[in-house]
Ligand binder design. Sequence first.
Ligand SMILES: [Zn+2]
Length: 508
Amino acid sequence: MRKLYVFDTTLRDGEQSLGITLNIQEKLEISHQLVKLGVDIIEAGFPASSPGDFEAVRQIAREVKGVTICGLTRAVPGDIDICWEAIKEAEQPRIHTGLALSPIHRQYKLGVSVEQGIEMAVGAVKHAKKYVSDVEFYSEDAFRTEPEVLARVLEAVIEAGATVVNIPDTVGYATPWEYGDLISWIMQNVKNIGRVIVSVHCHNDLGMATANSLAGIKAGASQVEGTINGIGERAGNTALEEVIMAIYTQPARFGVNTTINYKEIARTSRLVAKITGVPVPAHKAIVGDNAFSHASGIHQDGVLKERSTYEIIHPETVGIPQNRIILTARSGRHALRHRLEELGFHLNSEELNKIYEKFLRLADQKQEVFDEDLYALMGDKNGANAYKSRISLKSFSVSTAGPAKAMATVELEADERTAIDAACGNGPVDAIFKAIDRILQCPVTLEDYSLKSVSRGKDAMGDATVKVRTEDGRLFVGRGLSTDVIEASAKAYLNALTKVKSQLTARG
Ligand SMILES: [Zn+2]
């Protein structure tokens, strides 16, 4: 069995597509979770693309250990220099450089001949090799590149010192058999291919990214690139959790094994959904809410008699605990700690005390506390630590008198100062947002607002997500939780504005 290297690009290919500006704390939180998941490589960003991306990659390289940290570049010396500056403190740094050599890109995007393209590719790899031994080369749009041209460029960059070659289906155009054939052809026809790792990088435009990646792996690729939950450009990237679990169910089918901690899959998925504000569809394979629920009577009956009748993966394997214990206000610290540990949260006694207080307040409001509520409580804790300029909602009141007439009063607290204001609006949420706007004077437009319940029951906690756009076009996500949906909404809006404000001060 070969080892399959898992290359996560949630923070690069995933993030760049969302139009959302994640802050450094959020990127670090995702990176630390990816290490727990056991990925081999984290592509942390594209350092030359912006000062913000550069800084995020640098912090990740500095802080996140036990994994290869990779930065993307174009085949341009200046990009590579900047990338090296960003990743040089990593334990295991990697530069990922390349260009497109498909006819359509040669003609319209780069305006170069095949010879010129190969020269640029070799030049980029050699330049990167001056800094670091681990250099990955991507041949963008490889699937639409003439195989002979692809073979020539691959041979040349391997000769120049590339250690990994990436064969992307950039536009998501391949079918599994065609993509598998391409990888086989490369394995057989590129003379020096045995010296490097071949990597698959697929997009999901036709819903085949997972299948194409698996076909490439079966044909000889030893690295898979993708994102958590499959987020990414257009219809998304390969969903890493799907590839990982397809291999888990029958490694012999593919001839590879991973070193992933399967139990961290559900938590990683949840964290990425929370931070990016991109929800996971209920029917999504492996990580959707319904991925393991059996609704039809015949299936339920079968699973009760013998799980394997309708279950190919146990939910516990990917970190979804099944023996649901419901906690109440009478549950003690010990029971709470026990359940949190089962969910994978290990707290010291000081942290436990803090969470226990929050837990009791919640249990008072809603009789039963479910796992989803506990995840929310823990997320709340992490979220609150992440933002330095903390603005909190001290109190609020809302009154409504018929449709379109609402009035809200809001009291905010920041740095031990409080401010109070009131506004009228088109319903209670609009009124409370307007009152917050009057205090914070932070010009943004509201792009999206959604509210869903975290767990079951009429007293379930509301989970509000708000997306706001700044005047310079950047998008920020805020989340808020409360058993009161108006409060959850106000908290989400404040959370988003806090991020906007901290970015503004960070840029001076
Ligand atoms: Zn891509």
